[in-house]
Write a protein that binds this ligand. Structure first.
Ligand SMILES: O=P(O)(O)OC[C@H]1O[C@@H](O)[C@@H](O)[C@@H](O)[C@@H]1O
Length: 386
């Protein structure tokens, strides 16, 4: 089945202009936390630190892969994120005057600082600063989730640290980042991944799974299938087919991944669907024959019609019955969408390229501006650009 939805045209001509126009603080204090359903930027809610870094990643990636002029914007966002951490600790968030709020120094947020820095052709944040920031969270095995060593410890933060450290190693060739990735990989293979292919989320200080609140997020299983496919050591050591089967066992009747497995009333955010798309692309690249409802073409159509808006925004969450539950579009979801676009176009991470060579090799794709949704779809509840 040919894909009717033009993902590239949507990203270039709808999403990037929409988020450039509305997703940034007009006073220069980073990215907004979300855009409201009426299309207006929400200027007052606190902006989580990860949001500036994730949007920096997206704009740097667009500059690199699509040849857009977004690199200065990415650099501005990441430099702002860095400034909010002038104390040496990454705040939980910043306010609409750019002031840091909290100093938890979360591993999860730091992972996105590292990832965005690696995406830029030259570091915006000194790599040594990022290494020191990580050293503040060092644990006997892995890293603490924040500087207060709050429990439970999470696989999620280490999954994103694995992604970021791998990117930092590709960008710099620095073996220190390879060591960070090695440790996260080992944790995945020996602690997080279960024999039945599920991935547990929560652990105590000694990496024993906690019982209370323990859960399985199939979106994370799907994410590991893609990350594992990109990583020869995981691909050799883990059974990606079993992980893919475990994640897709949770699929609802309409073909969407719920946020949580084993809960018939679980809602479904946008991001598990983009991770399912990446996992399906990985499985196909590995020569697996996918059932019709799990082909990448089928998944992208479902994403386009259930979540993406013609204006370049998104409906971020629906409940188990498909009803819209998100009142706004979080900026943080663009990172997932852009990564899915990368996988869809098989844009591979490029190892061994120097920063200068990367900067001079943007993929200047010519993408015509036409309706990315073919055939025309029902009007979106999101207001058009004014
Ligand atoms: O909830 P936000 O910040 O949009 O993040 C969206 C999701 O990203 C994924 O990669 C995971 O880390 C999830 O646990 C997280 O919920």
């Amino acid at each position: 089945m040919p894909a009717a939805f033009d993902f590239s045209a949507w990203i270039r001509h709808r999403a990037l202009p929409f988020w450039r126009a509305r997703g940034l603080c007009p006073n220069g204090f980073g990215a907004v936390e979300h855009i409201r359903a009426d299309g207006s930027a929400a200027l007052y809610p606190l902006r989580r630190s990860r949001v500036h870094a994730r949007q920096a990643f997206v704009f740097a990636a667009a500059a690199r892969d699509m040849g857009t002029d977004d690199l200065p914007l990415a650099q501005h966002l990441l430099a702002f994120a860095h400034r909010t951490a002038a104390s040496g600790f990454i705040p939980i968030a910043s306010d609409n005057h750019g002031r840091p709020v909290g100093d938890a120094h979360r591993l999860y947020d730091l992972a996105f600082y590292i990832l965005a820095n690696a995406e830029c052709p030259a570091p915006v944040i000194p790599w040594d600063w990022l290494k020191q920031a990580l050293a503040k969270l060092r644990a006997p095995l892995g890293w603490w989730d924040d500087r207060l060593r709050c429990a439970p410890r999470t696989q999620n933060a280490h999954m994103h640290l694995f992604e970021a450290a791998s990117a930092a190693h590709r960008a710099t060739g620095d073996p220190d980042w390879a060591e960070v990735a090695d440790e996260c990989r080992a944790l995945f293979l020996t602690v997080f991944l279960q024999p039945d292919g599920t991935v547990l989320e929560l652990f105590d200080a000694h990496w024993r799974p906690v019982k209370q609140g323990q859960r399985v997020e199939p979106g994370h299983g799907a994410e590991w299938v893609y990350l594992g496919h990109q990583d020869p050591q995981i691909a050799a050591a883990a059974d990606l087919d079993t992980i893919f089967s475990a994640a897709t066992r949770a699929l609802g009747h309409a073909g969407f991944l719920p946020d949580q497995a084993d809960d018939p009333l679980a809602g479904r955010r946008l991001w598990p669907q983009t991770e399912l798309l990446r996992a399906a692309l990985a499985q196909r690249a590995r020569g697996r024959v996918l059932p019709p409802h799990l082909t990448p073409e089928a998944i992208i159509q479902r994403i386009a019609h259930s979540y993406l808006t013609p204006q370049g925004g998104w409906i971020d969450a629906r409940d188990h019955a498909g009803r819209i539950t998100a009142a706004h579009m979080p900026s943080s979801s663009f990172y997932h969408i852009f990564n899915a676009w990368r996988a869809w176009h098989d844009v591979q991470p490029r190892a061994g390229l120097t920063a200068g060579a990367r900067a001079s090799q943007p993929r200047r794709q010519q993408i015509p501006d036409h309706n990315p949704f073919v055939p025309p779809r029902a009007p979106s509840p999101i207001a058009p650009l004014r």
